[in-house]
Design a protein around this ligand. Structure first.
Ligand SMILES: Cc1cc2nc3c(=O)[nH]c(=O)nc-3n(C[C@H](O)[C@H](O)[C@H](O)COP(=O)(O)OP(=O)(O)OC[C@H]3O[C@@H](n4cnc5c(N)ncnc54)[C@H](O)[C@@H]3O)c2cc1C
Length: 499
């Protein structure tokens, strides 16, 4: 293709989820001179919050930290439904005139960096027409989330084909699924399963959650009384800023407490669980995980709704291993059989690094797992490439603001110094570890496709908002590992950025 006929933008954002929309806002407001577009494979904004349609779908973070710093969360519910989150995102897009920058049904297949041209050539498939097209950009900003959209994760279940009822995965929820009065068996114990249990229990005959092992489940209030009172006293925006700071501090305190005092944290969570469950309930059998709190993400249940469903006899928990599916349900390794009309496999996500996009630098494929993350948003020796990966131990979006601000400062720095190329250089072997440190099974299974991180300094991907705040919001853009150049062949970096 003739490169002069290809549309070029300064920054190409991949994904119109909460991260991509956030990136667009920061570019528009902090770098208004830059051209940008958002390529989105789906036909709607919102990513995660538009994709999942299972009953009860909601956040488990409080929205005062999950929403953007620049736009107050005004809904009374702090733990919010996907519909409320989508309404907030649509409002953000409308208020900032972002929709016209989004190209829907544009799936990015590959991106090839040319040092000579100081730009990425991006291959796109239009999912509505099947057409393949190209765009070029100065910076590639990958806000593609972290999992596959076309399918969830389902383990191989022996005898699955024998089951006479319906099997459903939460990621592909049938719009017309009628479970009124039916026996529902949910396999899983993560955030999705604990959301589904009380939501389906409202109309199902009975809901059983079958888990291989317990997860930490913590009741939290669905409304934040301080957040809902403060606006009347100090105005919306100040109230939002105060609530946000309060919740950031609370999340951090809880996380640190769990890390530093795991035994006390375990006892506290057990106490909170036992208080919600009927007398004599086998709390340890179903609610006492083998790992420590926050070694895996804690599951929050708003207003203890799941415990209420158990108390009311509408739901129950079984901790056992699956031997085989049968015609009528599932036989467990203990020999017990659970009968069901519908089985829901809430068995997790299928993780996918960088939207499955193939990257190359000067003709050499980038082997993503060999790359090391820098400041949690650049990749070693990959020029003009940024990605968005939020926190896994607090609200994902808290990092979106910090990274996007830093990214805009980086662009301003490059303009001020006449640079068109930037990349962190890995100048020799370095001790690394996986980028994803959460020990959940679905994360461990996919860890091999993600980049690595170093053990210290800017090569360490920090999961602490306060430390990131210092580095990304307050810290300088320059760093001894960061290389800058212009596209003129004389001072362009060596194209030895091999994968
Ligand atoms: C059910 C569920 C509940 C969650 N609840 C919380 C919570 O309470 N708190 C929290 O902090 N986190 C939560 N998370 C994690 C959540 O995914 C993130 O917080 C956040 O929504 C991710 O936003 P994102 O924009 O980065 O990615 P996504 O929401 O995944 O959006 C990525 C977008 O990129 C598009 N895309 C991907 N690849 C390509 C490509 N190659 N070409 C073009 N477009 C592409 C996708 O179509 C999608 O629209 C939850 C996740 C799930 C699945």
């Amino acid at each position: 293709m003739n490169s002069s006929s290809i549309e070029h933008v300064d920054v190409l954002i991949i994904g119109a989820g909460i991260s991509g929309i956030g990136a667009a806002y920061y570019l528009k407001t902090r770098q208004p001179g830059k051209t940008f577009a958002i390529l989105e494979a789906r036909d709607e904004i919102g990513g995660t919050w538009d994709l999942f349609r299972y009953p009860g779908i909601r956040s488990d973070s409080d929205l005062h930290t999950f929403s953007y710093e620049f736009k107050a969360w005004e809904n009374e519910k702090a733990i919010a439904s996907a519909d409320a989150i989508m309404a907030y995102l649509r409002e953000t897009v409308a208020e900032n005139d972002i929709r016209k920058a989004i190209r829907f049904q544009h799936k990015v297949i590959s991106a090839a960096w040319s040092t000579k041209d100081a730009r990425w050539l991006v291959e796109i498939e239009r999912l509505d027409t099947g057409e393949h097209l190209a765009m070029s950009c100065g910076w590639f900003f990958c806000a593609s989330g972290y999992y596959r959209y076309d399918e969830g994760y389902t383990p191989e279940f022996p005898g699955r084909e024998r089951f006479a009822g319906q099997i459903v995965h939460p990621q592909l929820w049938p719009e017309d699924l009628d479970y009124r009065g039916k026996r529902v068996l949910i396999i899983g114990s993560g955030a999705t399963a604990v959301t589904l249990v009380p939501a389906m229990a409202e109309t199902a005959g009975h809901v059983t959650m079958l888990q291989r092992s317990p997860t930490y489940i913590v009741p939290v209030p669905s409304e934040d009384r301080i957040a809902n009172t403060l606006p009347k006293l100090i105005g919306r925006d100040r109230a939002y800023a105060v609530t946000r700071r309060k919740n950031i501090a609370k999340q951090r305190l809880i996380w640190r407490f769990c890390q530093q005092h795991p035994r006390a944290a375990r006892r506290l969570i057990r106490h909170l669980n036992a208080k919600q469950l009927p007398k004599g309930y086998p709390v340890d059998e179903h609610f006492r995980p083998s790992y420590n709190p926050w070694d895996q993400r804690l599951c929050a249940v708003p207003d203890a709704d799941m415990f209420k469903a158990i108390r009311d006899g509408q739901a129950s928990v079984v901790t056992d291993q699956i031997d085989t599916f049968t015609e009528r349900g599932i036989r467990l390794q203990s020999g017990r059989e659970l009968e069901a009309d519908i089985i829901v496999t809430a068995t997790g996500l299928s993780l996918l690094a960088l939207g499955g996009i193939s990257l190359s630098v000067d003709g050499v494929p980038v082997n993503v797992p060999e790359r090391v993350a820098f400041k949690g948003f650049l990749l070693s020796d990959v020029p003009n490439f940024a990605y968005m990966f939020g926190y896994t131990n607090s609200s994902w979006t808290l990092r979106v603001g910090l990274v996007c601000e830093h990214f805009c400062r980086l662009l301003a720095y490059m303009d001020a110094h006449g640079h068109s190329i930037c990349y962190p250089e890995l100048s020799g072997p370095m001790e690394t570890r996986p980028l994803l440190e959460v020990t959940a099974g679905y994360v461990k299974r996919a860890a091999g496709q993600f980049p690595h991180q170093g053990v210290e300094g800017p090569w360490r991907t920090c999961m602490d908002y306060r430390a990131d705040y210092k580095t990304l919001r307050e810290g300088p853009v320059e760093d001894k590992h960061l290389r800058f150049a212009t596209s003129s062949p004389a001072d362009a970096p060596e194209p030895a950025l091999a994968g």
